[in-house]
Design a protein around this ligand. Structure first.
Ligand code: ZN
Length: 191
């Protein structure tokens, strides 16, 4: 009798494969982000944990709900803002998934190149400051990368082109010590 009971115990579950996207039956992989984890919310919308870092292992992670528009990339409750590592992002995503009841939205469509370029130009213009040049970090775009759907290289390419086309708006700065390159939105002209 005891043996029968033991035999009926469930086998240890195997690690689940990535959940397919319900509507299209495949796992959505937007360009420019690496999805590390997925959670289902209460209404079966997916909550993503993703990184935009290059390479197989990211260091900074963001969280986005594909039901409601919840998106976060750092702990804003600390006095200094801190980007999430994987463990923190996973915790935040899981907590959101347990409470969110929003139905799944459509997958963000992939915009055409002109549209993305225009959004990036607007980002650069919006970053300009009255008092100083402002460094442009591609990671500042992390929360909209699911809608931009472009690689880091592609985004940097747009900045490079903008340096050529509109040098009065953006400038490039090359490190003396390495091949590191940074971009700055030039300070606004005085009126
Ligand atoms: Zn949500």
């Amino acid at each position: 009798m005891a043996l029968t009971l033991f035999a009926r115990r469930p086998e240890p579950a195997e690690a689940p494969a990535p959940e397919p996207w319900p509507e299209i039956g495949e796992t959505w992989k937007p360009e420019g982000v690496t999805v590390a984890q997925r959670y289902y919310n209460q209404a079966h919308a997916v909550v993503l944990v993703y990184t935009t870092d290059d390479g197989p292992y990211g260091t900074c992670y963001s969280v986005a709900c594909l039901g409601c528009h919840y998106a976060t990339r750092e702990n804003g409750q600390r006095t200094y803002s801190t980007r999430y590592g994987l463990a923190d992002a996973a915790k935040v995503a899981n907590e959101h998934a347990t409470t969110c009841r929003a139905l799944p939205r459509d997958i963000p469509a992939c915009p055409d190149d002109d549209t993305v370029r225009e959004r990036l130009h607007a980002w650069v213009r919006g970053a300009r400051h009255r008092d100083k040049d402002v460094q442009l970090w591609v990671s500042n775009l992390d929360l909209i990368r699911l809608t931009l759907q472009r690689s880091n290289d592609w985004i940097v390419g747009v900045l490079q082109q903008l340096v050529v086309d509109e040098p009065e708006i953006v400038r490039i700065e090359r490190s003396q010590y390495s091949d590191y390159v940074s971009y700055y939105a030039r300070r606004l002209p005085e009126n």
